[in-house]
Write a protein that binds this ligand. Sequence first.
Ligand SMILES: Cc1cc2nc3c(=O)[nH]c(=O)nc-3n(C[C@H](O)[C@H](O)[C@H](O)COP(=O)(O)OP(=O)(O)OC[C@H]3O[C@@H](n4cnc5c(N)ncnc54)[C@H](O)[C@@H]3O)c2cc1C
Length: 437
Amino acid sequence: MRARRRRRPAEDAPSVIVVGAGFAGLAAVRALDRVGAKVTLIDKNVYSTFQPLLYQVATGGLNPGDVAYPVRAFTSKRATRFRLGELAGIEAESQKITLTDGTVLSYDYLVLATGVSAAYYGITGAAEHILGLYTRRDAIALRDHIMARLERLDVAGPGHSLNITVAGGGATGVEVAGALAELRTALATAFPEVSEADVHIRLIEMAPVLLAPFHPSLQSYAYRQLGRRGVEVLLNTKIREVTENRVLLESGQNMPSDVTVWAAGVTAPGAVAGWGLPQGHGGRLLVGPGLRVKGQDRIFAAGDVALSEDQPLAQLAQPAIQMGRHAGKEIARAIAGRPAEAFRYHDKGIMATIGRRSAVVQLAHGPRFRGTIAWLAWLALHLVTLLGGRNRLSALLNLSYRYLMWGHAGGVIVGDDPPAAALAAPLLQQPGSPGAA
Ligand SMILES: Cc1cc2nc3c(=O)[nH]c(=O)nc-3n(C[C@H](O)[C@H](O)[C@H](O)COP(=O)(O)OP(=O)(O)OC[C@H]3O[C@@H](n4cnc5c(N)ncnc54)[C@H](O)[C@@H]3O)c2cc1C
């Protein structure tokens, strides 16, 4: 069956460029569907990444393809052209953008929805030794790294340990730590020679609580649940330095860490500074009430990369979707000669999962859930919001397998050959074991 394509816009129709095919960029394109503009969607990847499930890829629960949706499958259903490319520069006066391959494109309206990347806040050694989790490549690298270290542990034998540190106790950090704890429960079939007790998972958070935006009862629930799953949680703890196999704290204490995962903060990528647009906290592009970049009439920003100082929003999927949709509608209004409208965020609530049958949900106006009900709500929402029926089906299958079969039927998704350096790196020898110093 052939997909129905919308009618092509007229040659002299206004041209709209949307940069970034994440939550915000796709929502902007959807909002422009019936406007009759020539819409071009640009992304440096040929797929749109569903970041909220990246940690499942990193811990062998999902295939990388489950969280990546081909952008052309999205644009081919509408009169939008997809162009693979990376935004390098913006000439606002002449309404042109330049891509890193030198291509120059003209626009009448431009939407910037390029997301963010890790912010290491000056931690020594972070860029070299910390593994991020912001892209599909990051998730694959982290998975291969963890698997390589488990292989190493398998070869090294009893008396050695693998130490994994997750930096950051927000939703991402809690989800990563919980998923690592679950991966540990699958060792009996995935790495039968490795003892669960030799894999240490530690979560470090500099605030006094986990999941800062949640109600205190949900914060302490998450803390207890991680503890029950064998994750050591250190609160009020700040990391000063990271080396290949250690994490050094502000307190002067240092601890072994063969794999250090970053989930502690984001910033606009350095390239954004070269676009000549006003930036606020965390390098985010400053936008006015209708999401136009400050001082610009034809450039909008939406999603994680945008910051409205009057209405600062968390860098989450819902704000990104709603901002992207609003930017698209603002452009439609401008093309139709209708007055601009201010963006208003409709808070639907927040959620985070800790692991099998354990999650926290906080709806916008009070109701709170935790445990199995919250976990089922988390599961359903993530499957519904994943793009593409095929991705939904494969994610449902893989997550069902993960949550129902792990521990007795194996099934951890393996990657490619582990990185040689990770395989060669020595593991900590436990005190008292034969050969230990
Ligand atoms: C591990 C993880 C877990 C998360 N979990 C949750 C969760 O459970 N719930 C939740 O609500 N939110 C979660 N988030 C946050 C949520 O994913 C983001 O808020 C959301 O993705 C932001 O959407 P966006 O469109 O602004 O940016 P992104 O989704 O990051 O999309 C940006 C797009 O721009 C492209 N791009 C970047 N730079 C360029 C360039 N120069 N040229 C061309 N293209 C470019 C990128 O390739 C990407 O496709 C999570 C984030 C991470 C990293």
